[in-house]
Design a protein around this ligand. Structure first.
Ligand code: SF4
Length: 222
């Protein structure tokens, strides 16, 4: 499933292929670009082989090309959607150049298209450089999973392949992204963290000058 909407229903029906989504006016359209992810979060359904095979967001036929995504998008009027969101069963920033190409192409037809990228915030470690300037004029919102109030807990939860330095890196990413993206949000999941820890996350976001969103549990988490 490459383009999808979310229904809010529990279980398998949470994600709905765009072709089965009916009237998409006012809805968010999600773009699922990759299965790759530098994390291995303990709470992620990717961790079970069965879920990987059964889940409709697992790209069984490999990653879609830019052309394939654009062709699928061309079947819909993006003027009527709320937001185009890059988010799937992997980390969309693993394909940042392709994400940029898709946004640039769509903006030619839809200059007012609102774009959000849901991410782990590890892109600068993935590429070994600061890629946030490339977000300018492309992303309206960047949503970064903060997940935890400190580096140790973050690493225990995400098992990031970049190790313990990942937490500082995602905070820095959010801080740097602020220069180029109007709305930078960090998120934690509701119900899995104590009020005290959420408050600590709020303080971190305040220091970084970004907003904290406490969001409902869902997969993908980003
Ligand atoms: S929850 Fe998101 S960041 Fe974590 S392993 Fe799953 S896809 Fe990757």
């Amino acid at each position: 499933m490459i383009l999808y909407t979310v229904t809010g229903k529990a279980g398998d029906e949470y994600f709905l292929d765009i072709s089965k989504s009916g009237d998409i006016s006012g809805k968010n359209m999600y773009v699922n670009m990759t299965n790759r992810c530098p994390c291995s979060c303990v709470f992620c359904l990717r961790q079970t082989k069965k879920m990987m095979e059964d889940n409709s967001l697992w790209l069984k036929d490999g990653e879609p090309s830019v052309e394939e995504v654009l062709k699928l998008c061309s079947e819909y009027d993006l003027n009527i959607i709320n937001e185009l969101v890059f988010c799937g069963f992997g980390e969309p920033m693993e394909r940042f150049d392709d994400v940029c190409r898709i946004i640039d192409a769509l903006r030619e037809d839809y200059p007012c298209l609102k774009v959000r990228i849901n991410t782990s915030g590890l892109a600068n470690l993935i590429y070994g450089k600061d890629i946030t300037p490339q977000l300018e004029g492309r992303a309206d919102t960047i949503s970064v999973s903060l997940n935890a109030p400190d580096a140790e807990e973050y690493y225990q939860l995400t098992r990031s392949s970049f190790g313990i330095k990942s937490y500082d890196a995602i905070k820095e990413f959010a801080f740097l992204a602020k220069r180029y993206v109007p709305n930078v949000v960090m998120t934690v999941v509701d119900g899995v963290m104590s009020e005290e820890k959420i408050e600590k996350c709020r303080e971190i976001c305040d220091e970084l000058g970004v907003s904290l969103r406490v969001r409902p549990f869902e997969i993908p988490q980003k």
